[in-house]
Design a protein around this ligand. Structure first.
Ligand code: ITT
Ligand code: NA
Length: 202
């Protein structure tokens, strides 16, 4: 069967495709429905934005959809960029631009004596998922998170977004150095997805 994920983020598509394959589900995304307009994500929480995406796309297609709103919350930045993670360096900013802005901002806060320390601040990734069926109005929600550190030493070619800057202590590697399996086992998205699946099975 097919599951439609209301995203235009290729990194998310890759992770959902990988996660749903063992369940016999093929993932379609907004790349398969290019005619659908962008959803305005002006909510103040991840859950609110995930709902906006699920509702808009589900109603437009008349089919059940899954939406993901996620982001990075950095302690030294009082939780920023948070819901602004995708546009931290401006509307339509690339991952590279957002990552550069994050490092510049954190480096500028650093005091003189600890310049050798690559770990700049504790941080967490958060993922809110909403599964919405427009035929019944049913709405299922879940959330997941993973704790780590922002590192000044970017590493890894996997993942997407802020992954090269997100150091995972238990692996002593960045999120971008993990395999898809490893990332899924510990990531905000992996946790949120397993919570959603167990809600549906319960
Ligand atoms: P859609 O709204 O179309 O799903 P998006 O990229 O705009 O795509 P969000 O609005 O949820 O998605 O913004 C999330 C941003 O947070 C994303 O662009 C990344 O920069 C970051 N992010 C989320 N999950 C991440 C992950 O697993 N690894 C690295 N960065 C992540
Ligand atoms: Na978005």
């Amino acid at each position: 069967s097919i599951i439609i994920v209301a995203t235009r983020n290729a990194g998310k598509v890759r992770e959902f495709t990988h996660a749903f394959a063992p369940l016999g589900k093929e993932v379609k995304s907004m790349f398969d429905y290019p005619e659908l307009p962008d959803v305005v994500e002006d909510g103040v929480t991840f859950a609110e934005n995930a709902w906006k995406k699920a509702k808009a796309v589900g109603d437009a297609l008349g089919l059940p959809v899954l939406a993901d709103d996620s982001g990075l919350c950095v302690d030294l930045l009082d939780g920023d960029p948070g819901v602004y993670s995708a546009r931290y360096a401006g509307e339509g900013a690339t991952d590279a631009k957002n990552n550069a802005k994050l490092l510049e901002t954190l480096e500028s806060l650093k005091s003189g004596e600890d310049t050798e320390q690559p770990l700049l601040s504790p941080a967490r990734f958060v993922c809110a998922l909403v599964l919405y069926d427009p035929a019944t109005g049913d709405k299922y929600e879940s959330e997941g998170m993973v704790e780590g550190w922002i590192t000044a030493e970017a590493a890894g070619g996997g993942g997407f977004g802020y992954d090269p800057l997100f150091y995972v202590p238990e692996y002593e590697m960045t999120m971008a150095e993990l395999t898809l399996e490893q990332k899924q086992a510990i990531s905000h998205r992996g946790h949120a997805l397993r919570a959603l699946v167990s809600t549906l099975e319960g």
